[in-house]
Write a protein that binds this ligand. Structure first.
Ligand SMILES: [Fe+2]
Ligand SMILES: [Fe+2]
Length: 358
């Protein structure tokens, strides 16, 4: 397999477009093969959180994030083979929000493949979403790569069915990031059985890419940056040489390596979340996010959203981030350390210190 020579600028038609989209939460993903004729790209948009106010009013800012991502996806050159939407299309799962989001997505030149987010799910347990978009988990093959989509935001039946007086209450509880009542997400037994069966027909040398909404790894339980049965899912993916999990939900840049699996989060079109101070391990070190987070640039509505190119070479992922008012970064798989790393700023001494907030 070869390194791709694709210039990042080639992804967009015209230099003007590059400037216009430098804040977009849109990803393009390229698979590069030995025979360049086999190369392909796909686009990835996530976490739009379309929010209904009343009547025909929706939160303008979240609308704009998705509308821009859709418009720029349509400008991508080479044209992506398909488009993924990574979940949380709606904020509170209502028909009005899902319809409005679907209407914006319908402007894509390509019909998007959808991932379920908790904000889409917990009002009617995915019923209307499924009517609009189809199955909640599925797989497909594309040009030698096996793709899997999981609904990773399911939880215990007790929590889902018995705990709340109304469906609206359940949705509101799940919509809060720092809600102590929130139950951990999981893929669940039924879906894991499906996954095992699906993977049994896939050769171990085939590159596998999993799309989930929550990370299939344990980052921070207090915010549900967490999937409770992550290890069980990882175990099913272990026999494969090259596995990548791409997820939304966390609204921030994250990357990690667990065994054979590379993990990458993509940014949101709606807003960024702050980083938990204690990743992965701590259960209770976090202050609740009941105070608005500091924003680097409060006058810029797309602050700390952004977009990235994802280059999947030989099954590994390079992420090239285009960041507003910030140095562009690349996170690439480092064969020496066996994990994805920032190509320039990974070492402690090379890091850019955090900005002072006032
Ligand atoms: Fe989200
Ligand atoms: Fe989410």
């Amino acid at each position: 397999m070869t390194k791709s020579n694709l210039n990042r600028r080639d992804f967009l038609k015209g230099a003007a477009s590059v400037a216009a989209v430098s804040t977009l939460p849109l990803s393009t993903v390229e698979f590069a093969f030995a025979d360049p004729a086999q190369n392909f790209t796909f686009a990835y948009i996530s976490d739009a959180h379309i929010q209904h106010i009343k009547g025909s009013q929706f939160v303008y800012n979240w609308d704009r994030g998705l509308i821009r991502a859709v418009a720029e996806t349509n400008l991508l050159e080479p044209r992506p083979d398909f488009v993924m939407f990574g979940g949380d299309l709606a904020q509170l799962g209502s028909k009005a929000e899902l319809d409005h989001g679907a209407e914006i997505l319908a402007k894509l030149n390509l019909k998007p493949r959808m991932v379920m987010g908790e904000h889409d799910y917990y009002l009617d347990l995915g019923e209307y979403w499924s009517e609009l978009f189809g199955p909640q988990w599925y797989s497909f093959d594309h040009k030698g790569v096996h793709f899997l989509v999981l609904n990773s935001i399911i939880t215990f039946d007790e929590w889902t069915y018995d705990r709340w007086p109304t469906a609206e209450q359940r949705m509101l509880e799940m919509a809060a990031l720092d809600n102590p009542n929130g139950s951990p997400f999981m893929v669940g037994e039924k879906q894991r059985a499906w996954l095992a069966k699906d993977l049994s027909g896939v050769a171990h040398g085939t590159p596998v890419v999993v799309f989930s909404h929550s990370p299939i790894q344990k980052i921070y339980k207090g915010w549900n940056f967490w999937t409770d049965d992550a290890e069980e899912v990882q175990a099913l993916l272990r026999p494969f040489d090259d596995v990548t999990v791409i997820y939304g939900h966390v609204h921030q840049i994250q990357y990690n390596q667990i065994g054979n699996i590379s993990f990458h989060a993509v940014m949101a079109t709606a807003w960024p979340w702050p980083y938990p101070r204690a990743y992965a391990q701590a259960e209770s070190h976090m202050p609740k996010i009941t105070v608005p987070m500091n924003r680097a640039d409060p006058f810029f509505e797309r602050d700390a959203t952004g977009w990235q190119f994802i280059n999947l070479k030989t099954g590994r992922v390079d992420m090239a981030y285009n960041l507003y008012n910030n140095t562009n970064r690349t996170v690439a798989y480092n064969r020496k350390t066996g994990r994805p790393e920032d190509t320039k700023y990974q070492a402690e001494d090379d890091r850019i210190p955090p900005q002072t907030q006032y």
